[in-house]
Design a binder for this molecule. Structure first.
Ligand SMILES: NC(=O)c1ccc[n+]([C@@H]2O[C@H](COP(=O)([O-])OP(=O)(O)OC[C@H]3O[C@@H](n4cnc5c(N)ncnc54)[C@H](O)[C@@H]3O)[C@@H](O)[C@H]2O)c1
Length: 336
């Protein structure tokens, strides 16, 4: 094994992490997944070893790092449901913040110099201007967003102390599935819009609840910036190359700059699946910003990153093909 090329991927059994394992493997690295499988799946770990462990477990982390000697860490492991974070903030601060501190300190002791962190547009809160640039004020409106911002600040301080070169990647709405269908999204409960719509199209769910149709957005439903998960994955490879070359710390949005309303996404999903999607209009959800759209300029200028799969048609088409492939995986996940 070429240890020079190993990357530790926390949360590599999850949605974005598994697609990133594929991308880093294609770029010539060995991805070592470190995941407690609390919300991920062993079947999605295909491009390198799976080491089952918790980021809050120092001894287990030490053992895995001593075995593989990674040159970099990509840190996806976290809980990522906004609603759950509001109900159980302690769970989020424990897993996302204490877990990250434990990981960061362990990584520092092993003198690993490159750290890439999955942050979120939830760090911006309710945006004052659209598109949202990286310099927008950071005022999260839920514990999930707070937990991400806290880790961003911890990493900033470690970089300032000369301990890490860091890339903080603020994703907008991850969506779609690997075009070869080698992995894809499988959450329970599923809260992301596109799979939720498609589960109505497959008949798995009876109807889609739209959370408010009285926003000032044209058709009244919220606007989101959907970025294909394969594009997110390639952004990680480019960010690693960048911080390895420049020995720098960067913060970059990963979004497309294009927004779609919920109704537009439903209509395109109906047309791609060729099935009707029954829907009902519910109340607005607290903490839902009407419009979240990234400025993608910095990612393009700094990383030369341009989304290749993030047009809405490709996103929904890959997600639809994956939804239909998912059943056998679901059954094996149930056996876990
Ligand atoms: N999916 C999105 O739209 C989105 C948007 C912005 C940011 N993010 C961030 O990207 C990352 C990945 O998101 P995702 O959608 O792939 O989530 P996911 O739930 O599919 O994956 C997270 C993985 O981390 C693992 N994990 C959780 N806690 C752990 C712990 N203590 N120790 C070890 N493993 C642990 C889970 O088992 C799971 O496999 C998260 O940090 C999330 O906050 C996601």
């Amino acid at each position: 094994m070429n240890h020079e090329k190993t990357i530790l991927i926390t949360g590599g059994a999850g949605y974005v992490g598994s697609h990133t394992c594929k991308a880093v493997s294609e770029a010539g690295y060995l991805p070592v997944t470190y995941d407690n499988l609390s919300r991920g799946h062993d079947w999605s770990v295909k491009w390198g070893p799976l080491e089952v462990g918790d980021i809050r477990d120092k001894d287990r982390l030490d053992e895995v790092i001593r075995t593989y000697h990674p040159i970099a860490v990509m840190h996806f492991a976290a809980f990522a449901y906004v609603g759950e974070s509001t109900e159980k903030p302690g769970l989020y601060y424990d897993n996302n913040v204490s877990g990250s501190i434990n990981l960061i300190e362990t990584v520092r002791r092993h003198d690993i110099r490159y750290f890439i962190f999955s942050s979120s547009c939830a760090t911006y809160g309710d945006p004052e201007q659209i598109p949202i640039t990286e310099n927008h004020p950071l005022r999260p409106i839920n514990p999930y967003g707070e937990s991400k911002l806290m880790v961003e600040r911890i990493l900033r301080d470690y970089h300032a102390a000369g301990q890490f070169h860091t890339a903080v990647l603020r994703y907008f709405n991850a969506a779609g599935a690997d075009p070869q269908l080698e992995t894809g999204e499988c959450h329970d409960p599923e809260t992301h819009l596109i799979p939720t719509i498609l589960k109505v199209a497959t008949g798995e769910n009876a109807a889609l609840e739209i959370h408010g149709d009285d926003y000032d957005t044209g058709d009244g439903t919220c606007i989101r910036d959907f970025v294909h998960v394969t594009d997110l994955a390639s952004g990680h490879v480019k960010a690693l190359d960048y911080i390895r070359d420049r020995k720098d710390a960067i913060t970059v949005n990963l979004g497309t700059g294009n927004g779609y309303t919920v109704n537009e996404v439903v209509r395109m999903s109906e047309s791609i699946s060729n099935r009707p999607v029954a829907r009902s209009i519910g109340n607005r959800r607290p903490g839902d910003a009407p419009v979240l759209v990234a400025s993608a300029d910095r990612a393009k200028q700094m990383l030369n990153w341009e989304p290749k799969f993030s047009d809405l048609n490709t996103i929904i088409s890959t997600a639809w093909r994956w939804e239909q492939r998912l059943k056998p995986y679901r059954n094996s996940a149930d056996d876990d």
